[in-house]
Write a protein that binds this ligand. Structure first.
Ligand code: HEC
Length: 161
């Protein structure tokens, strides 16, 4: 019985270690909040761009009001000041790949992350003026938006494929 007691205590300990080694428990809660906030911003990018993309592809009927709303949201989201969410030291090498896909290159000397963000905000502004002007105008503007998302991900987001 005694040895069983030791065994189960060992198992409990191993389970506790497992929690520390995976997931986000080992990350400072304030840093974790910042990471979650920037990931949520990206999700909002994707949601709004998805609405425009569905119209561009003809999966959803073009609706000028809905297109303008999504494009307006996207433009506003791209103008947020990212200072507090892109904390130095919140890259995947430091926090772990299970926590973030943000590459250390974002914070390295010569990083072009600011230019990449600017490219998206300019493309989103073009989209905001075009989206309500008909399906052709929307289609004409969406390529640059998608390219700006991809242009930043290529260099600064870890790709797991
Ligand atoms: C300036 C760089 C940059 C631009 C521009 C950018 N992204 Fe990202 N994106 C990132 C980085 C870095 C991550 C990883 C963030 C993390 O895991 O902390 C990311 C993560 C994501 C994620 C995953 C979020 C999650 O829940 O983990 C989605 C979805 C996404 N981006 C969509 C988009 C879309 C759509 C656009 C264009 C409208 C876009 N991104 C533009 C840098 C960018």
């Amino acid at each position: 019985m005694k040895s069983l007691g030791i065994l189960s205590a060992g198992l409990v300990f191993a389970a506790a270690l497992g929690t520390v080694a995976s997931g986000d428990d080992h990350v400072d809660p304030a840093v974790m909040k910042a990471v979650k906030a920037r990931q949520a911003q990206m999700q909002l990018y994707a949601f709004n761009l998805g609405q425009l993309g569905a119209m561009a592809k003809g999966e959803v009927d073009y609706d000028a009001g809905a297109a303008s709303a999504a494009a307006g949201n996207l433009a506003k989201l791209t103008s947020l000041n990212g200072r507090a969410v892109w904390l130095p030291g919140s890259d995947d090498a430091t926090l772990g790949e299970d926590v973030t896909a943000a590459l250390p290159a974002i914070w390295e000397e010569g990083s072009e992350i600011g230019d990449k963000a600017k490219a998206l905000s300019m493309a989103a502004a073009e989209m905001e003026s075009a989206a309500g002007d008909g399906l052709d105008a929307l289609r004409g503007a969406i390529g640059d938006v998608g390219k700006s998302c991809g242009g930043c991900h290529e260099d600064y987001r870890r790709s797991d494929d």
